[in-house]
Ligand binder design. Structure first.
Ligand code: 5AD
Ligand code: FES
Length: 351
C-alpha cells in the first residue's frame, strides 16, 4: 500500500474526519492492502469501546404495505406481486414475548409507510411494549412522518429511530426515488428526530444503481455533519419485481471498506452488520463485525410473513424460527471470538 493512503487512514483515525478530496482519494484507490489496514484500525477502535460485545436487536417487520414507490424496493406500492400483510398489536406483542425470552432487549419495529397504523395505534403499541418490558428499548423504522408524529412517538416511549437517508446526493436521490420524494425532506426528518432526542440512525445502500465515488463521499460528509448514533449500510441487492431488477448488486468489499471508514469517523457509533451483507456472502455478517460493525439484527417476525417482507431477492433467514436465528447468530459470533450480549445496547458516549 502506498504510504500516502496509510497516512490518510491514520489521519482519519486521529481527526475523525477527512476533507472531500481526501475521502475521494481514499475511495478511489481502494485495494486489498488498503482494506486490510482500514479493517485493522477500525477493529482496534471498535474493541477499545465495545470490546468483543455484539449488540442484538430483534427485528419485527410488522407491515409490508407501503405508500411509497422507491425504485429499488421490493415492497414498493407498484409491486403487484407482493403479498401484503399487517401484524396486529397482539401479534407484535407475541413477537416481543418470544424475543424477550431469547435475550433481546431492543425491539425494532420496521415497516413500509403504511397509513393503516395511525399515530394513535403506533403510540399505543409503543406504550404497551414499554409497560410490559420496561427494561427494553424500542426502535422505530417506519419512514417519513411529521415532526409532531415523531414527538408523539417519543413521548410514548420510543428510544431510537432508523431512517436511512439512502444517498446524500440530490441527483442520485432523484434516480432512486419518484419525484414526490426528496432528499431535503429526508434530511429534515433526520435533524428533527435528533432534536427531539432520539438516538438516530441514517444510512445508505452500497452499490445502488447510479452510485459513484463522489456520491459516497457525499454520504460520508453527511454522516460527519449529522453525527448520528447509528449508521445502517448494506449492499444493494436487486429485486425481480422492481425497475432495478437487472441492476448489479453492491459488493462485499466496498461495504466492508465503508463500515471501517464509518467506524473511524464515529468511534462510538452503533453499526449493524446487516442481513443484506449476509445475503451476498455466506460469511458476510461475520466479515462486517470484523470490519468494525458491532450490532446484529436477527429477525423476530413470525415465520409465516418472513418471505413476504422481501425488500430484495434471496433474503436469508426467511425459513428460520426466531430461536434458530438467535442461536445461529450466537454461533457465528462466537466463531469469530465475539459474543452476543443481553442488554439494550445503548450508544456509549465516551466523550
Ligand atoms: N437492496 C438492499 N437494501 C434495500 N433496502 C430497500 N431495498 C433494498 C434493496 N433492493 C434498504 C433501504 C431501506 C432499508 C429498510 O432497506 O436502504 O432504507
Ligand atoms: Fe437467521 Fe442465521 S441468523 S438463520
Amino acid at each position: 500500500m502506498k504510504n500516502k493512503l496509510a497516512r490518510l487512514i491514520d489521519k482519519l483515525e486521529i481527526n475523525r474526519s477527512l476533507s472531500k478530496a481526501e475521502l475521494l482519494e481514499l475511495l478511489s484507490n481502494r485495494n486489498d492492502d488498503v482494506l486490510a489496514y482500514l479493517q485493522e484500525r477500525a477493529e482496534k477502535v471498535r474493541q477499545s469501546i465495545y470490546g468483543t460485545d455484539v449488540y442484538t436487536r430483534g427485528l419485527i417487520e410488522f407491515t409490508n404495505h407501503c405508500k411509497n414507490d422507491c425504485f429499488y424496493c421490493g415492497i414498493r406500492r407498484s409491486n403487484k406481486n407482493a403479498e401484503r400483510y399487517r401484524l396486529s398489536k397482539e401479534h407484535i406483542l407475541d413477537c416481543c414475548k418470544t424475543g424477550y425470552g431469547l435475550g433481546f432487549r431492543t425491539f425494532v419495529l420496521q415497516g413500509g409507510e403504511d397509513p393503516y397504523y395511525t399515530d394513535e395505534l403506533i403510540c399505543d403499541i409503543i406504550k404497551t411494549i414499554k409497560t410490559v418490558y420496561p427494561d427494553c428499548a424500542v426502535t422505530l423504522s417506519i419512514g417519513e412522518k411529521s415532526r409532531e408524529s415523531y414527538q408523539a412517538f417519543y413521548d410514548a416511549g420510543a428510544d431510537r429511530y432508523l431512517l436511512r437517508h439512502e444517498t446524500a446526493s440530490d441527483e442520485h436521490y432523484n434516480k432512486l426515488h419518484p419525484s414526490n420524494m426528496s432528499l431535503q425532506t429526508r434530511k429534515q426528518c433526520l435533524f428533527a428526530l435528533k432534536e427531539i432526542g432520539y438516538q438516530v440512525g441514517c444510512g445508505f445502500m452500497v452499490g445502488s444503481p447510479y452510485q459513484t465515488d463522489e456520491s459516497i463521499v457525499a454520504d460520508l460528509l453527511f454522516i460527519q455533519e449529522l453525527n448520528p448514533h447509528m449508521v445502517g449500510i448494506g449492499p444493494f441487492i436487486p429485486h425481480k419485481d422492481t425497475p432495478f431488477a437487472h441492476e448489479r448488486a453492491g459488493s462485499l468489499e466496498l461495504t466492508l471498506y465503508l463500515l471501517s471508514i464509518i467506524r473511524l469517523m464515529l468511534p462510538e457509533v452503533l453499526l449493524p452488520s446487516t442481513t443484506a451483507l449476509g445475503t451476498i456472502s455466506p460469511k458476510g455478517r461475520e466479515r462486517g463485525i470484523l470490519a468494525g460493525a458491532n450490532v446484529v439484527m436477527p429477525n423476530l417476525s413470525p415465520i409465516n410473513v418472513r418471505e413476504k417482507y422481501t425488500l430484495y431477492d434471496n433474503k436469508i433467514c426467511t425459513g428460520d424460527e426466531a430461536a434458530e436465528c438467535r442461536m445461529c447468530m450466537q454461533n457465528r459470533m462466537e466463531g469469530i471470538g465475539y459474543s452476543l450480549t443481553v442488554s439494550r445496547g445503548d450508544y456509549k458516549n465516551i466523550n
